[in-house]
Design a protein around this ligand. Structure first.
Ligand SMILES: Nc1ncnc2c1ncn2[C@@H]1O[C@H](COP(=O)(O)OP(=O)(O)OP(=O)(O)O)[C@@H](O)[C@H]1O
Ligand SMILES: [Mg+2]
Length: 451
């Protein structure tokens, strides 16, 4: 079943809201809240996120237009459909300007109303997709080994439930990919998937990104902003690098998980949304708890269902398939020599699938011909100052060379892999740009003229 759609009905004639509510009862996918005046409507909007609001324009005291303005400021993704008693052109124009989605004239025809509501729901979805999933491509998860397929099968099963999931695994094992898989295989798939990287932001910012803020909550808060928990309403909220969430934000997240309630920064109203939380970390959270950096009650709430992704070294038989997949994405013509494949099979992959992806991308860029050779494979380039070409075995398998030859070749490779950027290359090589410059001259390394 699809996620529930929340609708707010606002009309001062209670017979109208009563009738509408009765008619909506036949559609269990809609959950209806009603208000008979603008003030009540605003209070409801303060405490909850609605997908759709149906608003009567003419109401005593607070008019429908004022409620519309309030909704668009406090809950911009809510789509508002205005109900008017007469052909009220002036108000219609004004409502459009304020961001109303559509109009219906009273007495309304319920079928027409329903069709309009469904269009508005779709429109909201498109808006959210555009905002949230910009550029997202279909997910492709490669791997047919038993170890890996067990993880995929387990994930598909737990996707169907609404359980809070914690994905653990080393860096680059595909945690984000699996979070997307959970969403796409869940009943919430038509709603938003919102990812938040908890490690990428300072505390204050993370709190306001997650839960939103009221205008004036802090100096730069010039406008009320919805939190990502609200943007994710009906869908899935992915908390990436959740192990890095600060002690300041941890209690707020805990409260949200326990009660479904949150407050915007600078706001007093408790709000509720309906989101499924999936989180991921490459830290060992039990260790973090022991070290006093992570609350154990929060870990307990996040880890209702645990999913552990295997490191690549535990399912090496998937390497050839992954290689084919990454190669195909970068180049239609290049292939790996058997020796190169052997190197990949022998390596330990501390950076897991992400490292393999980068190595293949780098090899496609480096290989002169159509065949990728062991010498085109670079593990960890750009990650560590002691970047090592391939496996040491390969180096020792090549004919004896002088240290200088090896150094010259190594420098050239690092330069090439970094688009001939000398500052970056010097950093990776652990030497100053000046030393790099001198070595380039000494070894006669040919730097392309445009670099
Ligand atoms: N089984 C797989 N099939 C295809 N691509 C994969 C697979 N696993 C991972 N990838 C790719 O590897 C890269 C890393 O995956 P992802 O970002 O999901 O890992 P992660 O566990 O979140 O890593 P980190 O801990 O570093 O954040 C991505 O580009 C992803 O598309
Ligand atoms: Mg990740």
């Amino acid at each position: 079943m699809a996620a529930t759609m929340h609708i707010l009905l606002v009309d001062d004639e209670e017979s109208v809201t009563y009738l509408l509510q009765t008619e909506f009862q036949e559609y269990p996918e809609f959950s209806i809240a009603t208000a008979s005046n603008g003030g009540d409507a605003m209070n409801l909007v303060r405490s909850k996120v609605f997908d759709i609001a149906l608003l009567d324009i003419r109401m005593p005291r607070v008019s429908g237009l004022e409620v519309l303005r309030f909704i668009k400021e406090h809950s911009p993704t809510t789509q508002v459909i205005m109900l008017t008693a007469l052909a009220d052109v002036k108000n219609a124009v004004e409502a459009t300007r304020l961001g109303a989605y559509d109009f219906l004239s009273k007495p309304y025809d319920f079928d027409v109303l329903m069709a309009t509501v469904r269009r508005a729901v779709e429109h909201r979805q498109l808006l959210i997709d555009k905002e949230v999933n910009a550029g997202s491509r279909p997910i492709e998860i490669i791997g047919s080994s038993k170890t890996f397929q067990d993880a995929v099968g387990y994930t598909r099963k737990l996707a169907a439930s609404d359980a809070v999931v914690l994905i653990q695994g080393e860096s680059g094992t595909g945690k984000e990919l699996f979070a997307q898989l959970i969403h796409r295989e869940s009943p919430r798939r038509t709603q938003a998937f919102v990812a938040v990287n908890c490690a990428a932001m300072p505390d204050q910012l993370l709190e306001s990104e997650l839960f939103g803020h009221e205008k004036g909550a802090f100096t730069s808060a010039i406008k009320t902003k919805q939190g990502l928990v609200e943007v994710a309403n009906g869908g899935t909220l992915f908390l990436d690098e959740v192990g890095d969430i600060s002690p300041l934000v941890q209690p707020k997240l805990l409260r949200f998980l326990e009660t479904g309630e949150f407050r915007r920064v600078g706001g007093n109203d408790a709000r509720t949304v309906d989101v499924r939380v999936v989180s991921a970390t490459n830290k060992n959270l039990s260790d973090e708890v022991k070290a006093g950096r992570f609350r154990d009650d929060l870990l307990y709430r996040l880890n209702v269902v645990g999913l552990r992704l295997p490191p690549l070294r535990e399912h090496k038989e998937d390497i050839p398939h992954l290689v084919a997949h990454f190669l195909h994405r970068k180049s239609r013509s290049k292939t790996l020599s058997p020796a190169a494949m052997e190197v990949l099979m022998r390596y330990d992959w501390p950076g897991n699938v992400r490292e393999l992806e980068h190595v293949i991308e780098g090899a496609v860029a480096l290989a002169h011909g159509e065949i990728i050779e062991p010498s085109d494979l670079w593990m960890n380039v750009g990650l560590r100052a002691d970047a090592v070409p391939v496996s040491r075995e390969v180096m020792s398998a090549s004919p004896m060379a002088s240290l200088e030859d090896v150094e010259a070749e190594h420098i050239e490779r690092v330069l090439r892999a970094n688009d001939w950027n000398r500052t970056r290359s010097a950093h990776i090589l652990g030497i100053t740009p000046k030393t790099l410059y001198l070595k380039i001259k000494r070894y006669g390394i040919r730097v392309p003229p445009e670099a």
